[in-house]
Design a binder for this molecule. Structure first.
Ligand SMILES: [Zn+2]
Length: 162
């Protein structure tokens, strides 16, 4: 597939995953990643698969075109559609991590640090460059997960469609 080759070139030397349409390109350090990190990453990318399908009204390649246009129009960053989509996907990563037992406050703090880097940094072109807002969003997701845990809704919310 032509875009697998393009993505392969794009991702060489990178330690991030990328999903375009129905193709997930795993990072080149995949073999070194822990099973836990792999699960968090695949749950995240699975949400992106759904997003391409949904933004294309059920047709993945239309979703690719729609999101590509939105990404381009949204540059330079700040309040981008991409930030919205990444928040949905990272919420799933946090949910998966939480379900695997990472429930202590130290995990919330490390998610905050990581999310601030992701959303306010250059890796994703400063897509949501407001540190305080990002931290508040992590707090909100975290307390949502605690409530879901008490109500035994974590697994349901991990697999339900958006
Ligand atoms: Zn993502």
């Amino acid at each position: 597939m032509w875009w697998a080759r393009v993505m392969d070139r794009f991702i060489k030397g990178r330690t991030i995953a990328t999903t375009i349409g129905n193709t997930i390109a795993i990072p080149n350090n995949w073999a070194l990643m822990s099973p836990r990190a792999k699960a968090e990453l695949l749950i995240h990318e699975a949400r992106h698969l759904e997003q391409f399908r949904d933004w294309g009204c059920g047709v993945v390649w239309i979703g690719v075109v729609v999101l590509a246009v939105l990404y381009i129009l949204a540059l330079p960053a700040v309040f981008t559609v991409r930030a919205h989509l990444e928040r949905q996907a990272y919420e799933q990563s946090m949910r998966a991590s939480y379900m695997m037992g990472n429930k202590g406050p130290e995990y919330k703090d490390s998610w905050k640090q990581f999310m601030v880097q992701v959303f306010t940094g250059r890796l994703y072109v400063w897509m949501w460059p407001f540190k305080r807002k990002v931290e508040q969003w992590v707090d909100t997701v975290w307390y949502k997960l605690k409530i879901e845990d008490k109500m035994e809704l974590l697994e349901y919310n991990l697999w339900k469609p958006i």
